[in-house]
Design a protein around this ligand. Structure first.
Ligand code: HEC
Length: 270
C-alpha cells in the first residue's frame, strides 16, 4: 500500500504539470556540466524575468560560485539593484497586491519551479508556445497554460506566433476519414491551434521577421534558461552525483572487508 502511495506522489507532480491542457511536451535534456549555457540562462533570467519573478531561495553568491562567474562580473552584470550585496537572495520588490492587480495572478517564485511543476520539459515548452490572442489583456495566450496572466517577455526576440487554422479531413468515430457519399471527396472541417496537434500539424506559425532571433536561436536561448532553472531547483545535484560515485566505490571496497570479518566470526560456528 505504501508503495502505491509513494508511486503516486512520485508521478503526481508530472500530472499536475500537464495541467488542463493536453498539449504534448517537448523533450529537453538539461546539462549541468555546460557552465556557459548556465551562465547565459542566468543572464536571461535576471534581464528578462527577475523584474516580476523572484528566486528567493537562491543567492547571487551561490550562483556565481557554482557557475564559475567571477564576483566582479557578477556584481556589474547580474546584480542590478545597487542596494543588494553579493550574498543577497535573488528577490525583487514587487508586492503581491500590485501583482494581482496588474496581472490577475502573482508571478510564482521560480527557484524550485522545474521541481514542482512539470519538470524542465514543461518549462521549455511553455516558453515556446505563446501566441497572439487579441482577446487577452496583454495580447498573448499560451498553448500549455490557457489564459495565462503573464505577458510574453521575449516576444521581441522570438517574434509573434499565430495559431494556424486549416481545413483538414473530418475523422469518423471508427477513426477513418469521412467522405462525401457521391463524389468520394474527403469531408473537411476547419480546425485551429492545439486542435491540430492530434493530426500531426504544427499548431503555431511564426510571423516572418517579427523577432530578432531565428527559431533555432530562440530555442537555444530557452534551452539555456531551462538549464538554469533546472540547476536552481537543486543546485547541489552535480556535486551529489560526484560524491555518490565515491560512496559506491567505498561501499564496494568495504564489502570485501566486511565479508572477510564475517567469515572470521562465523568460522567456529558449524
Ligand atoms: C511583467 C511581469 C512578468 C515577467 C517579466 C515575466 N513573468 Fe512569468 N509570470 C508572470 C505572471 C503574472 C505569472 C502568473 C500567470 C498566471 O498564473 O496566470 C507568470 C507565470 C510564469 C510561470 C508559471 C507558468 C505556469 O504554468 O505555472 C513561469 C514558468 C514563468 N512565468 C516564467 C517566466 C520567465 C522564464 C520569464 C523571463 C523570461 C518571465 N516569466 C517573465 C509575470 C511575468
Amino acid at each position: 500500500m505504501r508503495g502505491v502511495v509513494l508511486t503516486f506522489l512520485l508521478f503526481s507532480s508530472h500530472l499536475y504539470g500537464a495541467g488542463s491542457s493536453s498539449y504534448p511536451l517537448d523533450d529537453v535534456s538539461p546539462d549541468l556540466t555546460d557552465k556557459e549555457s548556465l551562465q547565459r540562462g542566468a543572464r536571461t533570467f535576471v534581464n528578462y524575468c527577475m523584474g516580476c519573478h523572484e528566486m528567493k531561495y537562491q543567492r547571487f553568491q551561490r550562483v556565481a560560485d557554482d557557475l564559475g562567474i567571477p564576483e566582479e562580473a557578477m556584481m556589474s552584470n547580474l546584480v542590478f539593484d545597487p542596494s543588494k550585496k553579493l550574498g543577497a537572495h535573488m528577490s525583487n520588490s514587487m508586492s503581491v497586491s500590485n501583482a494581482k492587480q496588474w496581472f490577475g495572478n502573482v508571478p510564482p517564485d521560480l527557484t524550485l519551479y522545474t521541481k514542482l511543476k512539470g519538470g524542465p520539459e514543461y518549462f521549455y515548452t511553455y516558453m515556446r508556445t505563446f501566441y497572439e490572442d487579441p482577446s487577452r489583456p496583454f495580447g498573448v495566450n499560451n498553448l500549455l497554460y490557457k489564459n495565462v496572466g503573464m505577458p510574453h517577455p521575449l516576444v521581441h526576440l522570438q517574434g509573434i506566433q499565430k495559431k494556424v487554422c486549416k481545413d483538414i479531413p473530418k475523422i469518423a468515430k471508427n477513426g477513418g476519414e469521412m467522405r462525401e457519399a457521391i463524389t468520394g471527396h474527403p469531408l473537411l472541417e476547419n480546425k485551429c491551434g492545439d486542435e491540430l496537434v492530434n493530426r500531426g500539424v504544427s499548431p503555431l506559425e511564426l510571423v516572418e521577421n517579427s523577432g530578432e532571433l531565428s527559431i533555432e536561436e530562440y530555442d537555444s536561448l530557452i534551452y539555456d534558461l531551462t538549464n538554469f532553472l533546472y540547476y536552481s531547483g537543486d543546485p547541489s545535484r552535480l556535486e551529489r552525483q560526484r560524491i555518490g560515485g565515491f560512496v559506491l566505490l567505498f561501499l564496494a571496497f568495504f564489502y570485501v572487508f566486511a565479508w572477510l570479518l564475517g567469515r572470521e566470526y562465523t568460522k567456529e560456528i558449524h
